[in-house]
Design a protein around this ligand. Structure first.
Ligand SMILES: Nc1ncnc2c1ncn2[C@@H]1O[C@H](COP(=O)(O)OP(=O)(O)OP(=O)(O)O)[C@@H](O)[C@H]1O
Ligand SMILES: [Mg+2]
Length: 371
């Protein structure tokens, strides 16, 4: 969903449309208006800039001295676009593609110059941010909290204690991303990395009913990868680029980010190793989000620190490594009954505010929609 579009309509809303009879009054200037003023409509992307989707096997073969054998290696290691090569480090290409260091360096330099990595004007950045797709959560309150929904090209963390609605939010995001555009969806693919064995297609069907979405279409667009340990979780990320391209994936869910890392690396002695591995994983995720312009939503469990004297006693797992890597962090807690409270605890553009939503049989709903 683009920022200016309405959140998807639920069946309830469609049957009882509300008539808006706002009296005419002088319109206050919205941020969009002054953005439109400083960015003339005629602004065009630089004509010489090649598309990011340039496929490696076509583009890489243009580089002198690089043959089909190298592009074959890049493709099978998951480096499908020039952007993926441009964002890689030589060490990484040597390790994953079994090519020489010199070849890796030449590839990266050529890819960077082709897609124009370098400084960008802030006005250009504003224009490209205006075009960023956002995925509605299906709750007006949550969408407002997130300034329009879950942003693509970024990593969003949903943390909270058990039963706070992390997985339910993910299920609903899957449905909205996969369902048809005429219902307010994105008609796009989803990758769901399930580390806890909690993915439930039956729940996806229940949520589809609420939006009147075609259940078969939605289920077909969701690819579920069950990760059995942290190594497997990391391998699944390396295997994702092909799936992202083939299925036009716009959303990747990691439910949950830290459970395997936490279970496998116990005790103080292994904390450093765990954090280093988690850091590597988070950087892989961030790059995937940016290179393929997808939204990544990772759920995270919490840790209780009862010895803290003032302020919060519950913290998302992963410490500073997770805190610094996630673009937007949302903390969930239980309210009365089916109510849940979501609070933005870190974001480059959203203040620390909170809102209330409900978990119902139909998925994540606003309080007024709850039975
Ligand atoms: N079909 C349903 N109808 C109504 N509520 C449901 C339904 N399915 C799950 N829930 C509610 O959702 C809540 C669980 O939410 P969720 O699975 O998102 O928890 P979580 O935050 O992911 O927890 P965990 O950390 O254990 O994974 C429970 O309160 C449960 O009652
Ligand atoms: Mg869960």
């Amino acid at each position: 969903m683009s920022k200016k579009e309405e959140p998807p309509k639920t069946k309830k809303e469609k049957t009882t449309p509300t008539k808006t009879t706002t009296p005419k009054k002088e319109k206050e200037k919205e941020p969009e208006d002054w953005i439109a003023e400083i960015i003339p409509k005629k602004t065009k992307p630089r004509a010489s800039k090649p598309k990011q989707e340039d496929i490696v096997d076509v583009a890489v073969n243009q580089i002198p001295g690089i043959g089909p054998a190298v592009s074959e290696k890049l493709l099978s290691a998951g480096y499908i676009t020039l952007a993926a090569v441009a964002h890689a480090s030589p060490y990484e290409l040597v390790e994953h593609c079994e090519i020489g260091e010199q070849t890796a360096k030449r590839l990266i330099t050529a890819a960077r110059s082709q897609i124009g990595i370098g400084f960008k004007n802030a006005k250009e950045l504003l224009v490209s941010r205006q075009k960023l797709e956002k995925i509605s959560t299906g709750s007006k309150a949550l969408d407002t909290l997130l300034a329009g929904g879950i942003e693509t090209s970024s990593l969003t963390e949903m943390s909270g204690e058990f039963r706070t609605g992390k997985t339910q939010i993910c299920f609903q995001l899957c449905v909205i991303t996969a369902m048809s555009k005429k219902l307010g969806g994105l008609e796009s693919g989803v990758i769901f990395i399930d580390t806890e064995g909690t993915f439930r297609p039956e729940r996806i069907l229940q949520i589809c009913t609420r939006f009147g979405a075609d259940p078969e279409e939605v289920l077909n667009r969701i690819s579920v990868g069950r990760a059995y340990n942290s190594d497997h979780q990391m391998v699944l990320v390396l295997e994702s680029p092909r799936l992202i391209k083939d299925n036009n994936v716009k959303l990747m869910i990691i439910d949950s980010l830290t459970s395997h890392f936490r279970a496998e690396y116990t005790g103080r002695g292994s904390l450093l190793e765990r954090q280093q591995k988690l850091n590597k994983y988070l950087h892989q995720l961030l790059r995937l989000a940016e290179v393929y312009e997808i939204a990544i939503v990772a759920t995270n469990q919490v840790l209780s620190k009862p010895d803290v004297l003032y302020g919060e006693t519950i913290f998302p797992i992963g410490g500073n490594i997770v805190a610094h890597s996630c673009t937007t962090r949302v903390f969930l807690r239980k309210g009365k009954g089916d109510k849940r409270i979501a609070r933005v605890i870190d974001s480059p553009h959203i203040p620390e505010i909170e809102t209330v939503f409900c978990i119902s049989s139909e998925g994540i709903v606003d309080i007024e929609e709850s039975d």
